[in-house]
Design a protein around this ligand. Structure first.
Ligand code: AP5
Ligand code: MG
Length: 217
């Protein structure tokens, strides 16, 4: 099963992705995570992406499409399919991915999860997010706190805040989402692939709805 999860910044894509991967044994392909790993390693790609990400702007399509194509070409274990998190998020990317999946039909998207939440509620999610430096586990200081402040429950490493988790960057990311990503939702809606998820509920309730959407295909 190939899944695309879409939604604004902080809608809960990463939180649901971790659970989907554990339950459905699919490969998690998060372009945001790949860019952050490239920045961490100091690569040329990371350096190019950083200036855009720090401002909340999308990385240009030619860089992102090439990175995803390269990533897929070198993926040896396709497991039970894919979970695309944060890609495609422009019409150009959706068309580029359609071209790739026309050549490799096992990559075609089967279902799109649309994580729906009023944008006014996202500031609290973004500013309260904490992540594990080592394993990437996602926490929230109120909604999903770690047992010991600043320390990951899973691996005991230090938690950190993402550089783009500021109110200034959130404003830009929301504007990018309206301008560039909402048309992608319409693109998949026209293909009849979209399942709407109320992402404005406690994490367990969102997960119940996601599981239902993925098991009643
Ligand atoms: P990316 O990393 O994809 O960030 P994003 O889309 O802004 O989304 P987030 O990761 O911030 O949020 P999320 O939905 O995963 O929420 P999470 O589960 O963590 O992209 C970052 C940047 O990379 C982009 O701005 C761009 O520059 C670049 N980029 C990436 N992909 C690109 C592409 N395709 N093209 C071009 N550029 C690209 O949850 C957030 C918080 O809320 C957490 O603290 C969590 O614990 C909490 N939470 C989650 N669910 C709930 C709930 N139900 N109730 C209460 N709290 C909750
Ligand atoms: Mg995420």
């Amino acid at each position: 099963m190939n899944i695309l999860i879409m939604g604004g910044p902080g809608a809960g894509k990463g939180t649901m992705s971790a659970r989907i991967v554990a339950q459905f044994h699919v490969n998690h392909i998060s372009t945001g995570d790949i860019f952050r790993a490239e920045i961490g390693s100091g690569s040329e790609l990371g350096q190019k992406a950083k200036s855009y990400m720090d401002q909340g702007l999308l990385v240009p399509d030619e860089i992102t499409n090439a990175m995803v194509a390269e990533y897929l070409a070198h993926l040896s274990d396709r497991k039970c399919g894919f979970l695309l998190d944060g890609y495609p998020r422009t019409l150009d990317q959706a068309q580029a991915f359609d071209t790739i999946s026309a050549q490799q039909p096992d990559l075609a998207i089967d279902v799109v999860l649309a994580m729906e939440i009023p944008f006014a509620t996202l500031a609290e999610r973004i500013t309260g997010r904490r992540l594990c430096k080592q394993c990437g586990e996602i926490y929230h200081i109120k909604a999903n706190p770690s047992k010991q402040e600043g320390i990951c429950d899973v691996c005991g490493s230090e938690l950190y805040q993402r550089q783009d988790d500021t109110l200034e960057s959130l404003e830009v990311r929301l504007a990018e989402y309206h301008r560039q990503t909402e048309p992608v939702m319409a693109f998949y809606e026209a293909k009849g692939l979209v399942r709407h998820i109320n992402a404005n509920q406690p994490i367990e309730a969102v997960w119940d709805d996601v599981k239902k959407a993925l098991t009643n295909l």
